[in-house]
Ligand binder design. Structure first.
Ligand code: SF4
Length: 486
């Protein structure tokens, strides 16, 4: 017998087809949990444990999730006990199983508390709490309050304010109650049948991007989703008008200069270089330095001044062109769980001291250096000097160059192969910034759980990844200068 859970119900609210695949193809490639997603789950577990700490005396239903009957029985016993709260309180009614993060006993009944590791209530959270409320009531419980407990975006480590906040969502949840029985019945009936039809649309992105996106959306390099800066809403609006490909756009469509250049590039199937490129590159007269950062972000911040999920620099790579035409490289990566930012700032100031101009690809490094200024005030002046040397290459590419292989993106990973085919990330173990961030966190905070040989390898992989980012920018600059000369 197929049953629903709160996460299945929320998936079904987003799209029946998505839910059907999740239930009938649990081993699907799209559902495999990679390092980044696993880290997100792990962060959620930490937040959940902290939330439980807010309710002293609470009892945890600590049984396997598939032991439904035992969990329900244990929950009944815990509710009958003097414990003020039950964690993972489990209920099963009408083929729906739910485990409530925190079920708090009150003088008039119970308050259901759903814990989220986000810093605000998001779409989907209400449906999640609503189906739980419905199952609890079907199980005979009085639920007279519903809350979402989430991370407080105002919190700053090491403890100014409360890390978790509770928001009352009873009204919103009550408003959904009348619809829940039909929604549950529809989902269950759908799951008992063949894969349903569902047209693509805005729901493929909301409340989160569907894992089966590539199954449903046309696999066409010219697809409207790759129009520069189109965004899901506009893309869906185009599709609803029958505009599935960029080439279908009407002649008078209101588009940005960059999107117009993209259209021309696709139509002529060639690299477009504007005559304005040479002028845009004038400030980049060499020799140049090239700087790139990698960061970590933890749900529960660990270093001073950080908010939940606040990003913090933990690694840099710097390439410097020398007057004799050679290139020198400095790589730096934090070690251990202590705040590395002061040490990083000192090493970076030293590494970049002789460079007259320093290229970054995006404004990300500028933002992080400004943060370092606030955090390490005694280094304010040398960091200010460094800020004054920065030049962002991304707008130069965006405003002057387009190749069909960019697929509507100006991220370094997308533009590198079309512009610098000799250089890629394919020979590296770590190939994107999200993965690097998660791996840095693993290296810094749980190194004791990693065998020494793997730890050394991971360190080298991270250094190699960040180094490739700045080397890519060095090569990109060479290519752009070559293109600007005609
Ligand atoms: S891509 Fe869209 S239509 Fe396809 S399963 Fe996902 S949400 Fe449903």
């Amino acid at each position: 017998m197929i049953r629903l859970s709160k996460s299945r119900f929320v998936a079904g609210v987003q799209c029946h087809k998505q839910l059907w695949w999740k239930v009938h193809e649990p081993a699907a490639e799209e559902l495999q949990v990679g390092k980044v997603l696993q880290d997100l789950f792990d962060q959620g577990v930490i937040v959940g444990q902290l939330a439980q700490g807010e309710f002293p005396g609470g009892v945890l239903i600590d049984l396997p999730h598939n032991a439904v009957e035992e969990r329900v029985e244990a929950t009944r016993a815990a509710l009958a006990s003097p414990a003020p709260a039950v964690f993972e309180a489990s209920f099963f009614a009408d083929r729906v199983f739910v485990a409530v993060d925190v079920l708090l006993k009150t003088p008039t009944g119970h308050t259901l508390i759903e814990v989220k590791s986000s810093t605000q209530i998001k779409d989907g959270h209400l449906a999640d709490a609503a189906v739980q409320t419905w199952v609890l009531r079907r199980s005979g419980l009085t639920v007279d309050g519903v809350e979402i407990m989430h991370l407080n975006k105002e919190y700053r480590h090491p403890g100014h304010g409360s890390l978790l906040v509770r928001e009352d969502v009873t009204e919103g949840v009550e408003a959904l109650q009348a619809d829940i029985p039909a929604m549950v019945a529809e989902q269950l009936a759908m799951l008992d049948g063949p894969v349903p039809d569902r047209k693509i649309g805005a729901h493929c992105f909301e409340p989160r991007e569907c894992p089966f996106f590539d199954r449903c959306w046309p696999d066409d390099p010219d697809r409207i989703m790759t129009l520069y800066s189109v965004g899901p809403k506009k893309a869906v609006a185009y599709i609803e008008q029958g505009i599935n490909r960029i080439g279908d756009l009407p002649v008078g469509a209101k588009l940005s200069e960059t999107a117009r250049r993209q259209l021309r590039s696709l139509k002529e199937d060639r690299l477009i270089v504007e005559p304005t490129l040479a002028k845009a590159l004038e400030p980049f007269d060499g020799p140049l330095g090239y700087l790139d950062f990698e960061t970590v972000a933890r749900a529960v911040p660990v270093w001073d001044g950080l908010a939940p999920w606040g990003q913090s620099t933990a690694q840099f790579s710097f390439h410097e062109e020398l007057p004799d035409g050679t290139v020198r490289h400095v790589g730096w990566l934090a070690e251990g769980p202590d705040d590395p930012r002061r040490e990083l700032a000192i090493a970076m100031i030293e590494a970049t001291r002789n460079a007259r101009r320093i290229v970054t690809y995006s404004a990300f490094e500028k933002t992080r250096i400004s943060e370092l200024q606030r955090l390490v005030p005694e280094l304010h002046d040398p960091l200010e000097e460094l800020l004054g040397k920065l030049l962002d290459l991304l707008p130069v590419v965006r405003n002057n160059v387009y190749h069909p292989g960019f697929l509507g993106s100006f991220s370094l990973k997308y533009i590198l192969t079309p512009l610098v085919p000799s250089l890629s990330y394919q020979d590296l173990v770590i190939v994107d910034g999200m993965e690097a961030s998660v791996e840095i966190a693993r290296l810094l905070f749980v190194a004791h759980k990693i065998p020494v040989a793997e730890r050394d390898r991971l360190r080298q992989d991270l250094l190699a990844y960040c180094e490739r980012d700045t080397l890519a920018t060095v090569e990109l600059m060479r290519t752009l200068k070559g293109l600007s000369h005609g």
